[in-house]
Design a binder for this molecule. Structure first.
Ligand code: CDP
Length: 222
């Protein structure tokens, strides 16, 4: 099948909106591949933090992104042969990822890697700009959102479950700062892509959100 005909479902949205969980489950149900594009920004951030790279040096950060030695093995994310699945979820790494994601050269360096995930029989891609920039011709585009309180609650639970400490008030402040950076940046700002279906999951559990996405997709492919 030519790459241009491999179906893509994009699921974009703000931090802690539940995109990851929903995208993963949709991919499982359809037997599609899954791209967690945020993980690529987090891997670049983790590499930079560990190497002590100057976080304002766009060129050096783009080089790091371009030469990331990473692989996705089952549910595990491996960086230079080390399993960093949990390490990249730390808040410091997420905040650094959101800062370096504002650099055009860093975003550009990660494009090829992201396009490479489009393989038969299909792909579910989650991030901020999957539907607007990376896969503008996706079969289905979803913009998943939720209130800042609901998202802070989900992030709190996720961090505690992973054994990190967390404080609700700090999380709310962090989330708002990250929303601000993601929506106001000059390049690929966070916004629903043209033609995206918007899904507010504040009062929905993950299964309900997954069902809605699958229903939309079935409507498109029938
Ligand atoms: O878990 P959370 O939604 O906060 O973040 P993530 O999806 O793991 O992505 C980490 C950071 O990378 C985000 O805060 C975004 O600023 C950035 N990102 C991006 O700019 N574009 C993407 N396609 C995915 C992530």
């Amino acid at each position: 099948m030519p790459t241009s005909q491999i179906p893509v479902i994009t699921i974009d949205g703000p931090t802690a909106s539940g995109k990851g969980t929903v995208a993963h489950r949709v991919a499982d149900k359809l037997g599609f591949h899954y791209l967690d594009s945020g993980a690529l920004y987090r891997l670049t951030a983790l590499s930079a933090l560990r190497r002590g790279t100057d976080l304002t040096d766009e060129h050096a950060l783009a080089k790091l992104a371009e030469h990331l030695q990473c692989s996705f093995q089952g549910g595990d994310i491996v960086l230079s042969q080390e399993n960093v699945s949990d390490a990249i979820r730390a808040e410091e790494v997420g905040n650094t990822a959101s800062r370096i994601a504002t650099f055009p050269a860093v975003r550009h360096a990660l494009v090829g890697l992201q396009l490479g995930f489009r393989k038969a029989p299909g792909l579910v891609a989650d991030g901020r700009d999957m539907g607007s920039v990376i896969f503008p011709h996706a079969a289905l585009k979803v913009f998943l959102t939720a209130s800042v309180e609901a998202r802070a609650g989900r992030r709190y639970k996720q961090l505690i479950d992973k054994g990190f400490s967390a404080n609700m008030q700090d999380l709310l402040v962090d989330l708002q700062a990250r929303d601000d950076r993601d929506t106001k940046r000059a390049i690929a700002p966070l916004a629903p892509a043209e033609g995206a279906f918007v899904l507010d999951t504040s009062n929905m559990n993950a299964d309900q959100a997954v069902d809605q996405v699958l229903q939309w997709y079935a409507g498109i492919t029938k």
